[in-house]
Design a protein around this ligand. Structure first.
Ligand code: LMR
Length: 402
């Protein structure tokens, strides 16, 4: 018996072609460039002075222990490795009361992206229809909001002089309606590197306490700014002021686990007895999305955090990363005026990223003439710079902006 070819309904050819994600596409463009002195300032990964992104020594040690001791890879559940989820909590929420009297619980997610997606999805399930977001933001934030089908309302994150626009965020919080949420970056803002000061976080926390908006805080870079404790100031301040909140967390950067996709979503409920129904919604959403998170990276982080020696090594490695990025920022800030750019504000910013006010054509010239790759928004990954390439970068900026 033969079947008529193409007799049935064809639907998949109705799909509109989509452009590849611009940031991830840069990885391939950079790899294909064979100029020896090329510089990758694109996707946000930490690099050493030699331009490498090595596996943390603490993670290597934990992985060796896992190979030796892990006795099963049987399923866990949609919440993943709760040992991992709980081991992180003192670092995120503070050692003294990491669960806020039993009001905070979490679950493992595939990276910080999975955590943001789950946060937005559960917020929608709870009746949130619109989310306020400072712009510019990590481009995937807007993509996730659109994909989960909530309305995005934007406010300006930063002023032209490289400082945070506190009036804009307070305005968004104060005017937010019931059924709306505000998405904030906990520290090391992506893409600008412009964080709220502690005083500004105090104002944000107070505004949120008096607002109808649900707080969703994305913490993807804890420890890459001023320090693990310092970087948690804003998050902890907000949590001490509001009745409930969602916190998306990533270990992809501060444990260097990028491709292992290590994240967690935490929920703080109004009271401990209100946690279970929320968690049951999160479990159901996770089950329908990825069923269970990938185990390996979370297990390795758990092993690190349960071992004092490995924890010490991790803290040292994280401290080295932070110090090197601070050095790069200082060198850039010391360069001052470069062509039409003023690099001084970069010295006061935090984390992996900064945005340079470059025209599209200047960004293209940096790529074509100088083999320097950065996002089309002008975002640079400062960790892509080091002693061996920073002078070339500054000279190239002068060239394309003069
Ligand atoms: C980045 O912004 O470069 C990172 O957060 C990686 C990503 O997934 O976009």
């Amino acid at each position: 018996m033969s079947f008529a070819r193409h007799g049935g309904r064809i639907m998949l050819d109705r799909l509109e072609p989509q452009s590849p994600d611009a940031l991830l596409a840069l990885i391939k463009l950079y790899a294909a460039d064979d100029r020896a002195d090329k510089i990758d300032l694109g996707v946000g990964v930490y690099r050493t002075n030699e331009g490498d992104t090595p596996v943390f020594g603490a993670i290597k040690a934990a992985e060796a222990k896992l190979v030796e001791q892990q006795d099963s890879k049987s399923y866990l559940g949609p919440e993943g490795d709760l040992g991992f989820v709980h081991a992180l909590m003192p670092y995120i929420f503070g050692k003294n009361d990491a669960t806020k009297g039993g009001r905070i619980e979490g679950m493992q997610t595939p990276g910080g992206t999975g955590a943001v997606r789950l946060a937005v999805a559960v917020a929608k399930q709870a009746g949130v229809t619109a989310i306020h977001m400072g712009t510019p933001s990590w481009p995937n934030h807007a993509q996730i909001l659109s994909d989960v089908a909530v309305t995005t309302r934007t406010f300006d994150h930063a002023n032209a002089d490289g400082t945070a626009n506190i009036d804009a965020v307070l305005g968004a919080i104060r005017t937010a309606q019931d059924g709306e949420a505000v998405l904030l970056h906990g520290c090391c803002h992506n893409p600008t590197g412009i964080d709220y000061s502690n005083d500004q976080w105090d104002q944000i926390a107070e505004a949120l306490a008096n607002s109808k908006a649900l707080a969703i805080i994305d913490v993807a870079y804890q420890g890459l700014g001023a320090g693990l404790e310092e970087d948690a100031y804003g998050l902890r301040k907000v949590l001490s002021a509001v009745p409930e909140a969602l916190v998306a967390y990533s270990c992809d950067k501060n444990f260097g686990m990028y491709r292992d996709r290590v994240g967690a979503l935490y929920v703080m409920a109004e009271s401990s007895d209100k946690l279970d129904p929320i968690l049951s919604n999160l479990n159901a959403l996770a089950r329908a999305s990825w069923s269970m998170p990938p185990d390996h990276g979370g297990a390795a982080v758990r092993v690190v955090l349960r071992d004092d020696k490995m924890t010490g090594q991790w803290l040292e490695e994280l401290g080295d990363m932070r110090a090197r990025m601070r050095e790069v920022r200082t060198t850039l800030a010391d360069a001052g005026d470069v062509g039409t750019l003023d690099l001084r504000p970069l010295g006061n910013q935090n984390g992996l990223f900064a945005v340079l006010p470059l025209e599209k054509e200047q960004i293209q010239r940096l790529r074509d003439d100088h083999a320097i790759y950065m996002a089309g928004s002008g975002r640079i990954n400062v960790a892509g710079l080091h002693k061996g390439n920073i002078d070339k970068f500054i000279a190239a900026l002068a060239d394309v902006t003069s």
